[in-house]
Write a protein that binds this ligand. Sequence first.
Ligand code: AMP
Ligand code: MG
Length: 349
Amino acid sequence: MNTKIELLDKENPNIEILKKAGATILNGGLVAFPTETVYGLGANALDPEAVKKIFIAKGRPQDNPLIIHVADFNIEKFVLEIPDIAKKFMKKFWPGPLTIIMNKAEVIPYVTSAGLDSVGIRMPSNSVARELIREAGVPIAAPSANISGRPSPTDIETCVEDLNGKIEYIIGGERCNVGLESTIVDCTVDPPCVLRPGGITLEMLREVDDRVYIDPAIMKKPDKNLKPKAPGMKYRHYAPKAPVKIIDGDLNKSIAKIKEMVQNYIDNNMKVGVMATNETLSEYSNALVKSLGSRKDLYSIGKNLFKVLREFDDENVDIILSESFEEKEMGIAVMNRLKKAAGFDIIKV
Ligand code: AMP
Ligand code: MG
């Protein structure tokens, strides 16, 4: 397939291109598009044949549900009811990086929800994304626009790398602001439960309802006997080609441990990547060192994480060693992705 790649100016996007891309969605095609979290791979959420193509293009397991993206607050037709707490979350955090799980209405096909009776809905804040949804005139089902298992794309080049030739359109150009997938909060249960941490933090959700909690399963190594509430949680995710190890504990001890490990790997003729921070960058030598950003700004760490993981892929390192971050506020989402990228290979110091 000949994929059309269209660069759009976020402030003043070419409306003719958005119209064509919207029509492609309505007619059952696939379009990769920018959102503030990561780039999405979109199809008409109400068309089972179109949605099936997403699973094929990504190589995504069929039991991993998709989030549907909307451009306005009129979501009554997609759900059985909107719980009061969901209304409060929508009012406070939409448009933005928050997906709300509710019981689905019949119009949402089971391919979209992967056989579940619930559906995750989100209104992105990215204006190109919302304009595309408006032009399509239907909600857009979209997972991240990467080949299943790889780190999510936070820029258009990465979408092209993974999906060129497989879909009708790749539109966008800007880098994603948040850089990590949306927070998912399940509002079919009371109290609401976070199934995936993201840019809307637990602390922010608790300002609306202080009973909100994070599903304890998600920060731990997946247990084969436990059925995760968010089906996607059981899959290997966000993984670069090289194995990742997290060195966790006191920062100075972590630095010392990483240096020692780098030396060992080098003695064994391995090419080592280190994920450091602006504050620690100068500590390491002999390795390929990249900074995720400043420790004082965990949002910047989140924004750069997938990009840096992909850069290590391009450099063909044999192993990646990463510092760790405190699990609070945005640090919860950062550590969730990092742990998954590492397959929970964590070395305590
Ligand atoms: P992706 O867009 O690739 O990051 O994947 C979407 C994530 O949302 C997956 O991890 C799903 O498990 C989760 N998800 C979507 N819909 C539901 C739902 N109805 N119930 C639980 N989790 C969901
Ligand atoms: Mg994904």
